[in-house]
Design a protein around this ligand. Structure first.
Ligand code: FNR
Length: 366
């Protein structure tokens, strides 16, 4: 017996329900993270070390949380980040996220390792709904080229190249649960070995030799903006600017890769002052993901200078427990929380947010 959807009051509630109602293998794959899950906990925990310095006596009758990301309009500076194997949690897989995103005017990043085919996910969108492609780069570049050019042809508006997974991290919860294949497609010519958990079974095609020198090749095969997903230090943000990338996602892959990676929000706080100091803040859009669960988390990231934030697990949990209505409710809760907290901090528009609205002293010194 699970609670009514209307009894889920925030994104963490969905996690608690999912833990009870999901199949063990699916829960193991979605919820797991590397080693002792220290980074997983830090991702959300780091937000708790940032405090607000709200303005008072500002007219906050009308709040507008809409903005643009990579030039595309969005109702909220939040996107659905790429997460593999949607059918582990819901029989229909990623298209559930597509439909909910369409209803909410939220951008969806389509994973290379989706359970649904790429075209099914594209076909599930409504009207001019915006989608991006998350790319795992295949050792066989012809396969990668086909994927990228097909995505561009089908209207994807951004290419997010994941660079933090030259080898998939060890996620013991996933390994223990011995996932059984839910009919998931993997890339051509792929052998799967399920004994190491879902993650490792599907990822052996990823090219560990990928490096900065490959970036011009991507620029030569597509005119989609290129965003590097999985950046963890300001030095690499600067390299992304030098290589002409349009964006970075500061991310540690939801704590699933390198254990003891710092939280993205901490890396963001390290990055933005350096970009501003060098006058580069308008040269690149900076996104973060990992541990974003509350409107206040989003607000903190935006104040620090993020263009937007990605949400992973909470939407998977909402989808697994309640299907599309669950995902829609989770999105609505984030909108309501962000709008309320914008009002309470004394800002009407996203453009008005700035670091002076935060006290980050304990973010680094704790
Ligand atoms: C992921 N993530 C991910 N990233 C990516 O680039 N390609 C992928 O295929 C996947 N797959 C994936 C599966 C699952 C189950 C999870 C939880 C995560 C990482 C994802 O895009 C993002 O970085 C994190 O999920 C963000 O953290 P939260 O919101 O889950 O805390």
């Amino acid at each position: 017996q699970k609670p009514l959807l209307s009894q889920c009051y925030n994104l963490l509630d969905f996690e608690a329900v999912a833990a009870r109602v999901m199949k063990k293998g699916a829960w193991g794959y979605y919820s797991s993270a590397a080693d002792d899950e220290i980074t997983l906990r830090e991702n959300h925990g780091a937000f708790h070390r940032i405090w607000f310095r709200p303005k008072i006596l500002v007219d906050v009758e009308n709040i507008d949380i809409s903005t643009t990301m990579l030039g595309a309009k969005t109702s909220i500076p939040v996107y659905v980040t790429a997460t593999a194997l949607g059918k582990l949690g819901h029989a229909e897989g990623e298209v559930v996220l597509t439909r909910a995103s369409g209803k909410h005017d939220i951008i969806q990043m389509i994973p290379t390792l989706a359970s649904c085919s790429f075209d099914e996910i594209i076909d599930a969108k409504e009207g001019d709904q915006v989608q991006w492609l998350q790319l795992y780069v295949n050792k066989d570049r012809e396969i990668t080229k086909k994927i990228v050019q097909h995505a561009e042809k089908r209207g994807c508006k951004g290419l997010f190249i994941t660079v933090d997974a030259p080898q998939l991290g060890r996620r013991e919860k996933d390994m223990r649960s011995k996932f059984t294949d839910p009919g998931t497609k993997v890339q051509e010519g792929q052998e799967t070995d399920n004994s190491q958990g879902a993650a490792r079974a599907i990822s052996s095609f990823i090219d560990p030799a990928l490096c900065w020198a490959d970036i011009p090749w991507f620029q030569s095969i597509t005119s989609m903006p290129i965003i590097i997903k999985g950046v963890q230090r300001v030095e690499d943000v600067l390299l992304a600017v030098e290589h002409g990338c349009q964006g970075v996602v500061l991310s540690n892959h939801g704590g699933r890769q390198l254990e003891f990676s710092r939280s993205a929000v901490e890396v963001l706080a390290e990055t933005m002052p350096v970009l501003r100091e060098r006058g580069l803040q308008d040269k690149i859009e900076v996104y973060i993901d990992g541990g974003v669960r509350r409107g206040t988390d989003i607000l903190k990231a935006l104040c620090l200078g993020a263009r937007g934030v990605g949400i992973g697990r909470p939407l998977l949990y909402a989808m697994s427990a309640y299907g599309q209505p669950g995902v829609e409710r989770a999105m609505q809760l984030l909108k309501d929380e962000l709008e309320m907290n914008m009002r309470l901090i004394g800002c009407n528009r996203i453009e008005e947010l700035h670091p002076g609205l935060l006290d980050t002293r304990s973010l680094f010194n704790h």
